[in-house]
Design a protein around this ligand. Sequence first.
Ligand SMILES: [Zn+2]
Length: 493
Amino acid sequence: MSHYDQLIAHYQTIHHFNHAQAMLGWDAAANMPAGGSEARSNAMAELSVHVHRLSTQPQLEDWFGHAEQAPLTTEQQASLREMKRQWQQATLVPEKLVQAQSIAGSKCEHTWRTQRQENDWKGFEKNWKEVVALSREEAKIRGEALGLTAYDAMLDKFEPGTTTSSLDMLFTDVKTWLPELIEKALEKQRSDSIILPSGTFSTDRQKALGLEVMKLLQFDFNHGRLDQSVHPFCGGVPSDVRITTRYDEKDFVQALMGIVHETGHARYEQGLPKAFSGLPVGEARSMGIHESQSLFFEMQVGRSKSFISHLSRLSMDAFNAHQDPVFAEENLYKIYTQVEKGFIRVDADELTYPAHVILRYEIERDLINGVIEHTDVPDIWDEKMKASLGLSTQDNYKNGCMQDIHWTDGAFGYFPSYTLGAMYAAQYKASMVKSLDLEVAIESGDLSPIFQWLNDNIWSQASLHSTDELVKRATGETLNAAHFRKHLEGRYL
Ligand SMILES: [Zn+2]
């Protein structure tokens, strides 16, 4: 067996354990009774340790060295590159540091849940200090090994190839036009009257509606399913994708669009090439590209007038409410495009969302690079929130810098993915409309041409190319924020 083939077999073995891990995780979130929690955590921790050992076995370095000398096809070279990337990611950080991070992170995250409710910054800060210090240490080690600055090394975990300088350029551009666009949209919507949902929308009917919408979006039910969990997610494996949502019986609006979003993630997974199944090169390109799929489904398709027309009809049927003005097309469209300045990122609308992300990006960049200290964060948050959305978070930590889970366990470098995803999605659409009429396809109820484009350009390409190359091949250029701006102006002005 060649060294390349040995590597292939080894990474497929790792994939089988990751498969089991993903299903255990899904079950813990969607099905497991509370009493199973401790034993499940232990089982999952044991599996993680095992996978880590497999991923860092000493002979791998030798195999990579030999495999690189052998003649390989272009696809095999890409496959080797992605295996090596995962191996480097796994071996760069010493096990002692990984363990310390895991302990500090789970302690900080666990206590954060009550500290946030109690607006207890002082208590939170004591645990978070350690998380920040360990993340800086990790960033330094990664940066030195990869020849990157500290924060760029953290970005590399989620968005390989993306750098601070490219993000600074993109986000500086957004900051020049976004505040004015938000004001104009608010002004335009000021006289709108919206009828908000009232009454009871049973979980059963909401689920039935969600399944209808997933059918419209051509989710493959032979390779996936929909369930419920406290925090919605898309998990599982490409051959068996598990998405979840959370229902509120007083309001169907969020759960319904949440299903559209998760279906976008799911179809990317379901569309990944079978030829590279179980291999790093067959996986999603990055978090930003993953989010570009969910946000393409949610923002470019889901909130378009023609799609909302389907949602109107399907929800009237599901709730047997054909006369209810809440479900009228125009009213649903207003609900799904309403702009509002708020404190909370996860509740933010499409237009104000980037402001939340850019604020977090600027803070975590400076924090990891050592430009600011963790104790500076609340004041800087307040300043930036006032500047971007005109809201003060002075002494309001729970709705300020303590609102997200990401930083509690050291997931620095992740936030930019959300807005990168929204930007990529707008760029795909700008490119797609050159060869097909999106509105006509959505109106007809047969969205196949849209999915064919995504499949040809994104899903089937998995991790064969770098992100820049992938986007350039799909749209003719690398990421260009002008498409995002045009999309937002078209929808909100
Ligand atoms: Zn998502």
